[in-house]
Design a protein around this ligand. Structure first.
Ligand SMILES: *Cc1c(COP(=O)(O)O)cnc(C)c1O
Length: 417
């Protein structure tokens, strides 16, 4: 469910016509629906209302502080993977006790920052990281609350680049290794074991990998309990998929039912780290057609958004539905929708049936709310797009379009050149 709909032949975000918005703020721009963000967060969070839990939005999916603040105001926390994300979360007013920190390469500086902010939980991904966190906590005279991120070796059956819970992935610690590390953690004086964690991948469209991972974690928890290691928090990560094209992922309530059934009343506080399922379909990328170009083998629609704005099609071959904001005519033509960047991988869609479009038309790249702006770059010295939050018929610029001056911020020319 989302609030991007045609009314009288024109695409709206909530009660605002997107064509009008594009004229006012320019393109390319990311547009998010407040009502959709709010609704998606609530649906996910309330699916677990009967059990103690904390919904920690995955900041890397969509990192704007306005969006983080919204989820914080709904009682949510965040899952971070860097010091920069911690900085954002704190700027958005997320309290430390609602922050969990994942990632295989936490630096000393980042660990210290997180310790000073007294975050709820470090999800530890290697024996050396356990060592490092204990050492930093000792240095700062505090105790770090930790979970070990377990790699349960289940196949999430998703794109290999977004699979994280298989043996061959760099994430987490295998089950036998985790037992060794929990034993060791117990002997360290500046860490407190409070949880167990896993995250098996992203854009999962089936329940079974989640359930398989949970079963393996439960078995591990029993073995740990036998040694007197009891955890209060069970962090099941994120990964629930959305519909980009024809996928039919489970509804959050179905996901919740399967998880809760598997837990049968385990007295743990659950942590979830959803990203895509909350924001993916709550945002679109608006772009304008610059040119159309026919070559002997293809029809190209050249638009003003590019792989630097939305890299998912180039990086993963991902599908994003593309639709004209004011469609004229029905008959679809096969086109490649491409950006201005000097790379052949710079496309938003390939061999796609699109209603006839011409220069100046505005297109909406749908389902761009997750891993869209947050993965954008300045490649080809393109200023990054604006981000707009729509509520009802009003809109708010939550991030200004970058200017050329921003591109050279921090650059310097030494005297000898
Ligand atoms: C990326 C990530 C998430 C969020 O994944 P989604 O598929 O967007 O829900 C959650 N936890 C960790 C550790 C991640 O790396």
């Amino acid at each position: 469910m989302h609030h991007f709909e045609y009314k009288q032949g024109e695409l709206y975000c909530e009660n605002l016509p997107l064509d009008q918005l594009a004229q006012q703020v320019g393109t390319p721009c990311y547009v998010y629906s407040y009502a959709t963000l709010h609704h998606h967060f609530k649906v996910f969070d309330e699916a677990f209302r009967d059990v103690p839990h904390l919904t920690c939005f995955s900041v890397k999916a969509s990192s704007n502080i306005a969006i983080l603040k919204l989820f914080g105001s709904l009682g949510g926390g965040v899952d971070i993977v860097s010091g920069g994300e911690l900085f954002r979360a704190r700027k958005a007013g997320i309290p430390g006790d609602r922050i969990v920190y994942s990632g295989v390469g936490k630096t000393c500086e980042e660990i210290d920052y997180a310790l000073r902010e007294n975050i709820l939980l470090f999800n530890i991904e290697s024996p050396q990281e356990l060592e490092a966190i204990n050492e930093r906590a000792s240095h700062l005279g505090c105790k770090a609350r930790i979970a070990l991120r377990v790699n349960p070796d289940v196949d999430p059956r998703t794109h290999p680049y977004i699979s994280t819970g298989m043996k061959k992935n760099k994430f987490g610690i295998d089950i036998e290794g985790a037992i060794t590390e929990y034993r060791r953690a117990k002997t360290l004086s500046n860490v407190e074991i409070i949880g167990i964690d896993c995250h098996v991948g992203s854009q999962l469209t089936e329940i079974s990998p989640f359930v398989d991972a949970l079963r393996r974690l439960r078995m591990l928890m029993e073995r740990l309990e036998a040694e007197g290691i009891v955890v209060q928090y069970l962090d099941l990560g994120g990964g629930l998929g959305i519909t980009y094209d024809q996928e039919a992922p489970p509804h959050p309530r179905e996901y919740a039912r399967a998880i809760l059934q598997e837990l049968h009343g385990l007295p743990c506080t659950l942590i979830f780290e959803p990203g895509r399922v909350i924001v993916g379909n709550a945002g679109v990328l608006l772009t304008r057609v610059l040119y159309t170009k026919q070559t002997p083998s293809k029809n190209f629609v050249i638009v003003d958004a590019a792989m630097n704005d939305l890299i998912r099609p180039s990086l993963y071959g991902s599908y994003h539905h593309i639709q004209p904001v004011r469609p004229m005519g029905e008959e679809a033509q096969m086109v490649d929708v491409v950006g201005p960047i000097c790379e052949s991988s710079d496309f938003l869609a390939r061999d796609r049936g699109l209603p006839p479009v011409q220069a100046g038309d505005c297109l909406a790249v749908m389902s761009a709310g997750a891993y869209g702006f947050s993965m954008s770059s300045n490649y080809n010295s393109r200023p990054r797009a604006a981000e707009i939050l729509v509520k009802g018929e009003r809109f708010y610029t939550i991030r200004e379009r970058e200017r050329w001056e921003d591109l050279i911020k921090g650059e310097a020319i030494p005297g000898f050149v």
